[in-house]
Design a binder for this molecule. Structure first.
Ligand code: UDP
Length: 443
């Protein structure tokens, strides 16, 4: 696997680390458990990093030196792709021939490296886009910078070179075909998963098999008692309506829409002020920004600083408690290739209020496991959030349905489908190679 711009060892939820990091880690672990060994190449971002790290049994992370360790922006990485590719090719040259059977690249920067490596080694290139410049540019938030033409060109080249393209959803597959000219036979849809061992409702037994725990319907009274204890531990008021945002703070994820909608709600009903809390868990996106200052400023301007709580990024184990503590997770994103946090929250028994974009209509069942909101009209968002205030039983009812729904999204299934897809690509490449050799001999 190739992950040039962000390491699977980084903490997701800040900087350049997000769902893609989680995707690579979880998929690789499950692939290894199922018998496919994985090596992940990523750029070294500190001098003290060892060249090789074992992430899990059967999963190695290889650090490639390409450019300065620190202070290199993602935008500057295209100039380092040659150095990165050199590192990858040199590593392979140190092994017996045929060490790698398939190259799976993530994001277009890795696709550029994978394109060359796969060609050189005579193995198939499987590529996952994670995000697409053309899609992102079509739904930019106000003031957000468009993705450059160089990325669009680079993505088109990778699509043309890939043997297989893995899309998160049918919609993403259609976008790949529509915007980048991908052929149907290149495209496969594999839904990402959620780690059901970590993300589980508060009352699901911490040690027993999660399946058993969830086969029984959630006991609302016991669940509520556990949630109160978790809220106390996190310093949240036990009886409040907790509307959680989790993820990188970036215009595309629109945390400002949540802040504005809450301000709208409190304008309409000032008596709710003491009953609503909005934790924002995560760090700024990209590099260079120390704090999500713009969002803090906005909260101050709107006079809602007292209900908003900023929390730096936390580990998955800790984040699971934030989900459990929440009445609902709120995702007002302008664009989302999938939106893993929607699955994670639901797996913890928490409903999701999400914009009807990207993978979110797949992740969230409207009216059953949460609500989908079309567009970003603040009144519509405020109205939807208010439903959790007016109907205190709604959170628990939708939460139980959400926990059941999320169980369909295990990483094991995603890894099995991906391994089948690798095997099929390898077989096709080998068949084409022997056909080519036979034709050459005949000539
Ligand atoms: N995340 C985390 N800690 C945090 C906030 C987020 O580990 O404090 C993780 C979250 O659990 C999820 C990922 O970051 O797995 C974000 O993925 P998502 O697909 O929602 O968004 P992306 O960052 O890929 O746009």
């Amino acid at each position: 696997m190739l992950s040039v711009h962000t390491s699977p060892l980084h903490q997701p939820g800040t900087g350049d680390a997000g769902g893609m990091n989680v995707y690579i880690v979880e998929l690789s672990k499950r692939l290894a458990e199922q018998g496919t060994e994985v090596e992940i190449f990523t750029r070294a971002t500190a001098s003290e990093l060892p060249p090789l790290v074992e992430l899990a049994p059967g999963v190695l992370v290889r650090h490639v030196t390409a450019g300065p360790y620190e202070g290199l922006l993602k935008e500057d990485l295209p100039a380092q792709l040659c150095a990165f590719t050199h590192g990858v090719l040199r590593t392979e040259a140190g092994h017996r021939p045929g060490h790698y059977d398939v190259v799976h690249s993530h994001y277009w920067l890795s696709g550029q490296v994978g394109w060359l490596a796969a060609d050189r080694w005579g193995v198939p290139l499987v590529h996952t886009m994670h995000t697409m410049a053309k899609v992102k540019n079509a739904s930019l938030a106000m003031g957000d910078t468009p993705e450059p033409a160089a990325r669009v060109i680079g993505e088109s080249q990778v699509v043309a070179a890939a043997d297989r393209l893995i899309a998160n959803t049918d919609e993403e597959a259609q976008q790949l075909a529509h915007h980048y000219g991908a052929h149907p036979e290149q495209l496969s849809v594999v839904h990402p998963g959620v780690n059901l061992e970590v993300f589980r409702p508060a009352t699901a037994t911490p040690t027993g098999p999660v399946g058993d725990a969830l086969d029984k319907p959630l006991d609302p009274a016991a669940e509520a008692a556990r949630v109160r204890a978790i809220r106390s531990r996190l310093g949240l008021p036990v009886d409040a309506v907790v509307l959680l945002f989790a993820g990188r703070i970036q215009p595309l994820k629109a945390p400002d829409v949540l802040v504005r909608a809450v301000a709208q709600l409190l304008d309409e009903s000032p008596e709710l002020r003491s009953r609503i809390v909005v934790p924002i868990v995560g760090g700024p996106s990209g590099s260079g920004m120390a704090k999500p200052e713009a969002l803090q400023k906005l909260a101050a301007q709107l006079g809602v600083c007292d209900v908003i709580r900023f929390q730096p990024p936390v580990s998955h184990a800790e984040l699971a408690d934030w989900y459990r503590a929440a009445t609902a997770l709120v995702m007002p994103s302008h664009s989302e290739s999938f939106g893993l946090v929607a699955l994670e929250a639901q797996a913890c028994g928490t409903p999701v209020v999400a914009a009807a974009v990207g993978g979110l209509p797949v992740a969230v069942r409207d009216g059953e496991t949460g609500f989908l909101v079309h567009g970003h009209d603040l009144r519509a968002w405020a109205r939807t959030l208010r439903r959790f205030v007016d109907h205190p039983e709604l959170g628990a009812r939708m939460g139980a349905a959400a926990a059941r729904h999320a169980r369909a999204f295990g990483w094991d299934a995603a890894a099995r489908t991906t391994a089948e897809l690798y095997a099929d690509s390898i077989a096709r490449t080998r068949a084409a190679q022997s056909h080519g050799m036979a034709a050459a001999t005949a000539r």
